[in-house]
Design a protein around this ligand. Structure first.
Ligand code: SF4
Length: 284
């Protein structure tokens, strides 16, 4: 069985930096708590814990981990940074540069009097980081088109549209059209991350290949961008969404001649390599 790896897949630049910053700290003998997973991937989470940086669910928990807290690539709200300072915690901030840019964009847009329409998932850590400290009357997060349609736009004539970095732009194009119709002035901030788009585009190339029988997408349980990849693949191919190579079932691939592989932006190289190796072994 031939195994084809998507030309672009796996760790994005932001996640590579976050991963590196924690490793550098560990190499210096430091330890600390990571607020939520440093990236949405269980393999990385376990490895970080082995390096002395376990996941913690609150700032106060980090006190018992050398008083050091790591903010993930998803970023946090300014109030969380302030609280960490007030607790005397030392922060290692791995917030992705693109996420920081969006925080600034929102700040500038609010100052300019815009209502913020965030297209993304309520409760996603990146989105919580943007919205946690905002006046609830100045923004709204939309995921379903029906929510955009039923929202009362009459008191929001000027709207700035912000995208969660990892969403699929095509899924939300109708949302944008709808907002344009309803608001008097709509400005779009193109905040979808290029890394996500590159992984999606490379996957589409595999999906367009008629000789590929199935696609394996590798990524963490909570990785939104991995799920988006699986969704794209499912439209045209038999798709398997897995976390690690051990989840592959050889029987399922019997008779297949060519399998494509892609991975989310938070999937480490070693998980990708082990899946590719396992699939190739199935065919030998
Ligand atoms: S997917 Fe994009 S925005 Fe998110 S961490 Fe990676 S580079 Fe940054």
């Amino acid at each position: 069985m031939e195994v084809v790896l998507a030309e672009k897949c796996g760790f994005c630049a932001g996640v590579r930096v976050a991963d590196k910053l924690v490793r550098l700290a560990a190499a210096k003998g430091l330890s600390g708590g990571i607020l939520g997973q440093v990236v949405h991937n269980e393999s990385v989470e376990e490895e970080m814990a082995r390096l002395g940086f376990p996941t913690v669910s609150s700032l106060s928990e980090a006190r018992s981990h050398a008083g050091r807290i790591v903010f993930s690539a998803h970023g946090v709200a300014p109030s969380v940074r302030a609280e960490a300072r007030s607790l005397g915690l030392v922060a290692i901030d791995t917030t992705c540069k693109f996420v920081t840019d969006i925080h600034r964009e929102i700040e500038r847009s609010l100052e300019a009097g815009f209502f913020i329409a965030i297209l993304g998932q309520v409760g996603h850590r990146e989105v919580v980081g943007y919205t946690n400290d905002l006046d609830p009357g100045r923004y709204r997060v939309f995921y379903d088109l029906a929510e955009v349609r039923s929202f009362d736009w009459s008191s929001h004539p000027r709207v700035k549209v912000i995208f969660q970095t990892t969403i699929n732009a095509e899924t939300f194009s109708e949302h944008v059209t709808e907002i344009r119709h309803r608001a008097q002035e709509t400005l779009i901030a193109d905040t979808i991350c290029y890394a996500t788009k590159e992984n999606q585009d490379a996957l589409r190339v595999l999906c367009a290949d008629p000789s590929i029988d199935a696609i394996v997408v590798i990524g963490g349980l909570y990785s939104k961008n991995t799920k988006e990849l699986a969704k794209i693949a499912e439209e045209s191919k038999r798709t398997f969404l897995i976390g690690v190579a051990a989840e592959l079932d050889q029987e399922t691939f019997r008779g297949m001649r060519k399998v494509g592989v892609s991975a989310g932006a938070s999937t480490p190289d070693y998980d990708i390599e082990s899946v590719v190796t396992a699939l190739r072994a199935f065919g030998s």
